[in-house]
Design a protein around this ligand. Structure first.
Ligand SMILES: [Fe+2]
Ligand SMILES: [Fe+2]
Length: 235
């Protein structure tokens, strides 16, 4: 695309007038060459006019070859769904890490639910409300991660028998409110650290998974802040 400001257009029109008189007597190729000389003089950027017709044809040929290859690959590996040759991460490892994250989120749901139903004492009301809210958000994270695992062709692992061993954070059944909050804060800090590592490891290899984890990480940081605030209020 050629992009010119109004004054540049007027200047060009003035300079092109004498050339236009000759256009009837010269070939299209020559007239294009004349236009190119004027534009070059004005430092106008245009890939179309910078290239000779032969160069342009070569560029178009390469581009068409690329499209054909893309289409052939997309058709050949249809069963891989959204995973194409352009996928830049270690898929098997990504699925393993996502299943660890799924286990972590599910354990967080269970821990927060346990804390919500058992919180007692003067400060319990505010804390219990936070526990319940966090439980809901951890469930949303688990659902997003499970959906992404399935989208990538993996198997989301909900097996309760191995849940705690696959989770980064731990379950907690403390009876004291302050202990509950401390354990939740520690669990959130573990989640923040592990998501930060996974995001850095993914880099540009799988931008969709990385963006999802970045959104989850932001919420985990808020959870950690909430727990720290509750802890300060209770002490
Ligand atoms: Fe979470
Ligand atoms: Fe959290």
């Amino acid at each position: 695309m050629i992009q010119l400001c109004n004054s540049s257009v007027r200047e060009l029109q003035a300079e092109l007038q004498p050339i236009q008189k000759k256009l009837n007597s010269i070939s299209l190729r020559d007239s294009l060459e004349a236009v190119r000389c004027v534009l070059k003089k004005k430092h106008v950027q245009s890939s179309f006019l910078r290239e000779t017709p032969d160069e342009r044809r070569e560029t178009m040929k390469e581009f068409l070859t690329d499209v054909e290859t893309l289409r052939a690959n997309a058709r050949e590996n249809m069963k891989l769904g959204p995973v194409t040759d352009a996928y830049g991460a270690d898929l098997e490892r990504v699925l393993y890490v996502l299943n660890q994250a799924l286990a972590t989120e599910l354990v967080c749901v269970l821990r927060y639910k346990r804390h919500y139903f058992t919180a007692k004492g003067i400060d319990a009301q505010a804390a219990a409300e936070e526990f319940l809210e966090h439980a809901g958000e951890e469930q949303t994270h688990a659902d997003k991660i499970a959906a992404r695992i399935a989208q990538l062709g993996g198997q989301p692992d909900f097996n309760p028998a191995t849940l705690t061993s696959r989770s980064h954070s731990e379950y907690d059944d403390s009876s004291e409110l302050e202990e509950m909050i401390k354990e939740d804060l520690i669990a959130e800090r573990i989640a923040v650290a592990s998501y930060t590592e996974v995001i850095a490891w993914l880099g540009d290899g799988d931008p969709t998974t990385r963006r999802m984890l970045e959104e989850i990480l932001a919420v985990e940081e808020e959870h950690a802040e909430d727990m720290l605030s509750l802890l300060s209020d209770s002490s």
